[in-house]
Design a protein around this ligand. Structure first.
Ligand code: SF4
Length: 367
């Protein structure tokens, strides 16, 4: 039995003071579990604190504008989580008065909540008996039971769920579940696990058989394709033009620089005229931006265009806006775009400081 050992170890060595612990508030538990998907605790903490300060209840989150939700999420990655989070809040408020169901199978039907997340919410918020299987827990169980292979293989995943269900105790569910998570995040790490201090070391199959480094088997490495594109950095005084991205796909729902195919870079001013009815001239060269996604590498070449049109041009709707450079950090932009605009803004402030204040004070506006 692993439960008594894990519970004992968790109480002494596990994490017991995280901002979303020591509460039965399903809203805070749910929010933390969504943020923790594929993201480390240390990265999540500042985002979680900002979120609950701005949206202290599910009703506040449901009433928020999507742009504000995405702004607060910006930098945490996997933006589908943020959009689903918002959808889930709205659905719960509209259909259940903002009350979370306690049954894992009902939780699993809500946007953005998979089987393991549903179980974690049910355990931590409602004390229900349910098995979790996040990435860290998969590694612990695979090693302890000697389940070889990769969890992307259906038979391996089924074996891991079977183990997760079999070892589930009937009491002290919270300490047990937290213990599994904590062990996977600390001693049973991917590289150089601390087996000598592990509460499961005595009967760990991977340790006994010398298979710790081989389990879990790494996902076969593959060379990611490179996607090249051009970003139009259309400048008007202290502002830059940004476009709303489609809700699905990469950086879905965020605002970003207008994109073009790499080969269209040479006709960037003509593109600005055609798409936004703005007359522009070429500006300074900027360094290319590289960003790695799960399935491809992005290499973006920013093309600076200085706006010479005096009117609004075609920039007067909900899909394209002028953004003050000074407001870029607070806007719902992808992290690499923020870095680029921050560099652009700071270089200009440096230049302007020799001639007087920069005077940035506007956020989004549409004309
Ligand atoms: S003994 Fe080592 S490999 Fe086995 S569960 Fe503990 S930390 Fe992981």
């Amino acid at each position: 039995m692993i439960a008594p050992r894990l519970v004992h170890w968790q109480r002494r060595h596990g994490r017991n003071d995280l901002p979303w612990q020591n509460t039965r508030d399903a809203y805070r538990v749910w929010l933390s579990e969504i943020m923790l998907q594929q993201t480390r605790v240390s990265s999540v903490i500042p985002y979680f604190l900002r979120f609950v300060e701005r949206f202290p209840t599910i009703h506040a989150l449901a009433a928020a504008d999507e742009d504000e939700v995405l702004s607060l999420w910006s930098g945490l990655g996997y933006y589908t989580r943020a959009r689903n989070l918002h959808r889930c809040a709205r659905e719960l408020v509209a259909q259940r008065g903002g009350v979370f169901p306690s049954d894992p199978s009902e939780l699993e039907r809500l946007p953005g909540i998979g089987r393991s997340t549903a179980a974690a919410i049910a355990v931590f918020a409602f004390g229900r008996r349910a098995a979790i299987l996040d990435g860290n827990v998969r590694r612990v169980l695979a090693r302890w039971e000697g389940i070889a292979g990769h969890a992307a293989e259906p038979a391996v995943l089924a074996a891991l769920w079977n183990a997760a269900e079999r070892h589930l105790p009937h009491d002290e569910l919270q300490a047990y579940t937290q213990g599994l998570m904590d062990l996977g995040a600390s001693l049973c790490s991917r590289t150089r696990p601390g087996c000598d201090r592990c509460p499961l070391a005595d009967d760990c199959v991977a340790r006994r058989e010398g298979l710790v480094a081989a389990i879990p088997r790494p996902r076969p490495s593959r060379v990611l394709p490179v996607r090249e594109q051009a970003w139009l950095v259309i400048r008007r005084d202290d502002e830059v033009l940004v476009e709303k991205r489609a809700p699905a796909g990469v950086w879905g729902g965020l605002w970003s620089l207008p994109e073009a195919e790499a080969h269209e870079a040479v006709e960037a001013p003509a593109l600005a005229l055609r798409r936004f009815a703005l007359r522009t001239r070429a500006g300074a060269e900027l360094a290319a931006v590289d960003h790695v996604f799960t399935h491809f590498r992005l290499r973006a070449r920013p093309i600076v265009l200085v706006c010479e049109s005096s009117g609004a041009g075609g920039v007067a709707d909900e899909t394209a806006r002028w953004l003050a450079l000074a407001q870029a950090d607070a806007a719902p932009l992808p992290a690499p775009v923020k870095v680029l605009l921050r560099a652009l803004g700071s270089s200009e402030r440096t230049d302007a400081s020799q001639n007087g204040p920069a005077g940035f004070e506007h956020g989004f506006h549409s004309t």
